[in-house]
Design a binder for this molecule. Structure first.
Ligand SMILES: [Zn+2]
Length: 129
């Protein structure tokens, strides 16, 4: 199986982390304030044919990585339509999310969900599907 032999090199990790300025590309949590180490996340999962190339890799906190897992979409609880999850290479985070006043929660502005340690019950239920 090709994807099992595709490893993320140390150079790729440094490139992806540097590009993200050491922030989780999904919830914008700074790595330096996280109790867990950050990881490389395949935006398009390998199981879905996503390649291990820098353009398909995102710097992610363990919470976002674990909750996203292999998902690329979710069912919007209001419209019941399948909606793509936030794509850090194709979308601007600030157009889809913001922080609340005390920076303890990520607020979704659109139905393009994301996030881990954050958020409304709607978002969390989106993850668990
Ligand atoms: Zn995160």
């Amino acid at each position: 199986m090709p994807f099992e032999s595709e490893r993320v090199s140390a150079a790729m990790r440094r490139t992806v982390a540097s590009r993200a300025r050491n922030l989780c590309e999904y919830c914008r949590c700074p790595e330096e304030f996280s109790p867990d180490s950050f990881t490389i996340e395949h935006i398009k999962p390998r199981q879905a044919g996503g390649e291990t190339i820098v353009e398909n890799l995102a710097w992610s906190c363990s919470g976002c990585n674990g909750r996203k897992h292999t998902k690329t979409s979710h069912c919007d609880p209001e419209t019941k339509l399948e909606v793509g999850l936030f794509h850090p290479r194709q979308q601007l985070w600030s157009e889809h999310f913001s922080w609340n006043d005390d920076f303890t929660q990520v607020i979704a502005k659109t139905s393009c969900l994301w996030s881990s340690n954050s958020v409304s019950s709607a978002i969390k239920s989106g993850w668990s599907r």
